[in-house]
Design a protein around this ligand. Structure first.
Ligand code: BEZ
Length: 223
């Protein structure tokens, strides 16, 4: 299992688009690796179709997308026909991201993706709905696990990427329910003088403790 901030492994995998080596495939981009329980299942079909529709957003953010399930490349290829129709794609258009064949469950086991409560017809655990976000230095930056019966909210995943990219560039953090364009808070490690220089419009929220730790500023605009 990979923890936040740790290097993400440079695994080799088969996909319907051929063999990939993860770090080479990622290049200098951010990446999302997301697993799902199985091909030809309802929630998964809606999720993979949503990701197809979000590809312009992922491209705008410089994020490469790769999915994973414990099914064969052949199964992925057949299932992709369903996903394409559900996503409203034209028949002749290429499916826009690879799906890893992890039939051996090697990757799912190494990355802690298996859900012991969710089993296939042979009683073998299926993958949970994992989301891993990896940065261009190949470090794990976010990890979320959802159970099989709960489909993910990919608007939230876009929101997190925007927060990760913003807080990488500026010494800010994004408060509760933040959305792109909303105010941000200044990171606690920033001195008052640095805050004045870098965020001239910031305001300190007066709190009963008298401590000046909640410092709100407009979002830097170059996200
Ligand atoms: C689904 O994708 O709909 C699903 C897959 C496995 C278990 C439950 C739901």
């Amino acid at each position: 299992m990979v923890l936040l901030g740790e290097p993400f492994p440079n695994f080799t995998a088969q996909t319907q688009l051929g063999q990939i080596k993860f770090h080479e495939w990622l290049g200098n981009s951010w990446g999302i690796l997301f697993s799902h329980p199985s091909d030809f299942t309802p929630v998964c079909t809606t999720e993979l179709a949503r990701v197809v529709k979000l590809m312009p957003e992922f491209r705008r953010l410089g994020v490469k997308v790769i999915a994973l399930s414990c099914n064969t490349v052949d199964s992925h290829r057949k299932w992709i026909e369903d996903i394409k129709v559900y996503a409203g794609m034209n028949d002749q258009d290429d499916f826009p991201y690879p799906i890893i064949d992890d039939c051996s469950r090697e990757l799912a086991t190494a990355l802690g993706m298996l859900d012991p409560d969710e089993k296939d017809s042979h009683g073998i655990p299926l993958t949970a709905r994992a989301v891993f976000i990896v940065d261009p230095t190949k470090k794990m930056r976010l990890s979320i696990l959802y159970p099989a019966n709960t489909g993910r909210n990919f608007d939230e995943i876009i929101r997190v990427i925007e927060s990760l990219q913003l807080t990488e560039k500026h010494k800010v953090a994004t408060p509760v329910d933040w959305k792109k364009g909303d105010n941000v808070v200044i990171q606690p490690t920033v001195s008052i003088n640095e805050a004045k220089a870098q965020f001239p419009k910031f305001k300190v929220v007066n709190l009963p403790s008298g401590k000046s730790y909640l410092r709100i500023a407009p979002q830097p605009t170059d996200l």
